[in-house]
Design a protein around this ligand. Structure first.
Ligand SMILES: Nc1ncnc2c1ncn2[C@@H]1O[C@H](COP(=O)(O)OP(=O)(O)OP(=O)(O)O)[C@@H](O)[C@H]1O
Length: 243
């Protein structure tokens, strides 16, 4: 059963990679490791894809240290086990967000700074791609966050080319619901670090996550329907721009 599940997840991720043309021969991919389950699964699964894929690409694990105490050696050891080089980048992000800027809603600034540091570190390492561990629940939550708080239809895309840094961001787990990502992390006993962020657990994203949990108890196919809607959305079905 567990073997079947592993195979099913691997096949799903491979399909997403092929469907969206995420990887090509010669790619050097910086895999953003946050210490959380999602990015641990991302590295583990990409490494399996690497072993069987017809295209040859490299993986590099990258951890951006925002300035909170974390057990970085756990990530170093995880990368060693996966036989992937590990890079550690110290930064002052926590001090900028909480002490200097004293942000009331710190999450988006913190995420932007971490992402900026990850892209520039990828560039320093000669990586042309950055892989992030966002899964289908993240895509849905981001869609709802944008709808509820900014009035826009907008969410992460599976592949995004960034003009400024010249790197391409890929999200190989984008079609996989969170419960499957977490189940694989459990089965494979992947390392998970405690999130030391003081804002963790009381964010708008947590609020929307609760909404998704409630809605999916009532409409169990919600995530799959949302994914289908995203993959088949046509502008014809939306309103035209106003004159
Ligand atoms: N400190 C970091 N260093 C490197 N990459 C990071 C870092 N923080 C986040 N990332 C990357 O960005 C993705 C999305 O970040 P986010 O903070 O939303 O994490 P998450 O959805 O809780 O996922 P995870 O379970 O991996 O922490 C992560 O999956 C990871 O690939």
């Amino acid at each position: 059963m567990a073997k079947e599940f592993r195979r099913w997840v691997l096949a799903g991720v491979k399909k997403t990679i092929v469907d969206y043309g995420m990887l090509a021969s010669g790619d050097r991919v910086a895999v953003g490791l946050s210490g959380g389950k999602d990015s641990a699964v991302l590295l583990h699964v990409l490494n399996q894809v690497r072993r069987v894929a017809p295209v040859k690409f490299e993986l590099h694990g990258v951890f951006i240290d925002a300035g909170w105490p974390v057990e970085v050696n756990v990530l170093r050891e995880f990368c060693r086990r996966e036989d992937v080089p590990f890079y550690y980048k110290p930064t002052d992000i926590a001090a900028i967000v909480f002490d200097i800027r004293q942000e009331k809603n710190p999450c988006s600034l913190c995420a932007n700074l971490r992402r900026g540091a990850l892209h520039s570190t990828a560039g320093e390492l000669g990586c042309n791609k950055v892989a992030l561990g966002h899964h289908l629940d993240d895509v849905l939550e981001t869609f709802l966050l944008n709808l509820f708080f900014t009035g826009r239809f907008q969410t992460f895309t599976p592949v995004t080319f960034l003009d400024r840094s010249g790197v391409t961001v890929i999200r190989p787990l984008a079609c996989l619901p969170q419960e499957h990502v977490h189940e694989l992390a459990r089965l494979e006993r992947l390392p998970v670090l405690e999130n030391p962020c003081p804002a963790s657990g009381r964010t708008r994203r947590q609020e929307v996550r609760q909404v998704v949990t409630e809605l999916s108890a009532r409409y169990p196919d919600l995530r799959e329907r949302f994914l289908h809607a995203l993959q088949t959305a046509g502008l014809r079905n939306l309103w035209p721009a106003r004159h």
